[in-house]
Design a protein around this ligand. Structure first.
Ligand SMILES: NC(=O)c1ccc[n+]([C@@H]2O[C@H](COP(=O)([O-])OP(=O)(O)OC[C@H]3O[C@@H](n4cnc5c(N)ncnc54)[C@H](O)[C@@H]3O)[C@@H](O)[C@H]2O)c1
Length: 349
């Protein structure tokens, strides 16, 4: 049976949840609650019931599940109210502003016995899934290093995301996705050190981008870079493995792969550079490499809600676990520490 859902916060992302709920095979949208009257009126104009208060939501015994899509600084208070009101809860990312808040939320979920998870929807992004598929297939061997970049050129949005008290900044906004993705690729390895440098190009109040290097206990390294002042974006993903290289220029494109099928070459033709010759940097040919593209993997973001609903019924474990949320949060906190100290820090995450 479908779970009855209320979306709390009917802004940009709340609107996304509402649209998806209306097409869902697992949830039934009962309505929304937003503190702003104009948002409630807008919902009603679209035929969606607008609750008059959070208490009305919590008092409605039909409600199985609340999705909390409000500014980051308020997540803990509203999530905990919903859990204590007997509701299962999906919280938008970033789940919290620090580890203490997250621990508090997890403790409340455990105490109430209600499901509590976070909408890490970018685990369903096809660019990330393509990297995961190629890595896990072993077709180009073990990972050496991976680079994940999200580049835009419009600065940080000028709403609450640009203000510190609301939990603004790009580490919290996009970092929480890109860090989570990398940790998903290396679930069994510890991050042993990291270095993070925040950008303050268009604003000084919050970071408007960052560059993070993570070093894992198996020698693998990962670069995560989010930029909002990049008028020429760099490739979305670049992955070097022991038997080849994979790259996705843009999330709309297929993955390019060059697989090394023979290490030794008989004759390498030197290439001319502007002021000399090089054999070392001459491109490989088809005798020693295979070049191909990998189609975008199938993905359905509705699988997030499908999993949540099954997890509520105890039919499968929740995909986005408390331990994973704590791991991402530990990296995020270490990013701020590394930037403040201006140095690489040792961690065990
Ligand atoms: N997962 C994703 O891809 C993704 C994308 C965008 C935003 N988000 C997250 O979604 C959340 C909301 O972001 P947004 O872009 O929708 O913001 P927004 O400003 O567009 O909308 C927030 C809405 O919440 C309402 N609100 C504020 N406090 C409230 C409260 N206490 N109770 C009820 N309503 C309240 C506001 O009136 C507003 O309508 C943030 O945590 C953000 O990081 C996630």
């Amino acid at each position: 049976m479908k779970k009855n859902l209320v979306v709390i916060g009917y802004g940009g992302m709340g609107g996304w949840h509402v649209e998806h709920a209306l097409q869902s095979d697992v949830v039934n949208l009962l309505g929304i609650w937003d503190i702003k009257e104009e948002r409630r009126t807008l919902a009603e104009s679209r035929g969606i019931y607008a609750y008059h208060s959070l208490d009305e939501v919590l008092g409605d015994s039909r409600v199985d599940l609340c999705t909390v899509a409000i500014p980051n600084d308020q997540h803990m208070e509203v999530v905990e109210a919903c859990l204590r009101g007997g509701k299962n809860v999906i919280c938008e990312k970033p789940v919290a502003l620090n580890m203490e808040q997250l621990d508090h939320m997890i403790a409340t979920a455990n105490e109430t016995g209600k499901l509590f998870t976070v909408h890490q929807n970018r685990r369903w992004d096809v660019d990330f899934l393509a990297m995961k598929q190629i890595l896990n297939s072993g077709e180009i061997g073990e990972l050496i290093n991976i680079e994940s970049r999200i580049h835009g050129s419009r600065g940080i949005p000028s709403d609450w995301r640009a203000q510190k008290p609301y939990g603004g900044g790009m580490v919290f906004d996009w970092g929480v996705h890109t860090i989570d993705q990398i940790l998903q690729l290396l679930p069994d390895n510890k991050v042993v050190s990291l270095n993070c440098k925040l950008d303050n190009i268009t604003t000084t109040e919050v970071d408007d981008g960052f560059k993070l290097n993570m070093y894992f206990d198996n020698g693998v390294s990962a670069l995560v870079e989010v930029g909002t002042y990049n008028f020429i974006p760099m490739p979305r993903f670049y992955m070097r493995c022991k038997k080849g290289t994979a790259m996705i220029r843009d999330w709309r494109e297929e993955t390019q792969v060059v697989k090394c099928k023979a290490w030794h070459e008989n004759d390498v033709l030197p290439v001319k550079t502007a002021a000399g010759l090089t054999k070392t940097m001459a491109p490989r040919d088809s005798v020693t490499t295979d070049t191909y593209t990998v189609a975008r993997p199938a993905s359905d973001v509705h699988d997030f809600y499908r999993n949540v609903c099954k997890a509520i019924d105890g039919e499968e474990p929740q995909l986005i676990t408390h331990a994973q949320l704590k791991r991402s949060m530990a990296v995020i906190m270490a990013c701020f520490e590394s930037d403040a100290k201006g140095q690489t820090i040792s961690v065990c995450i």
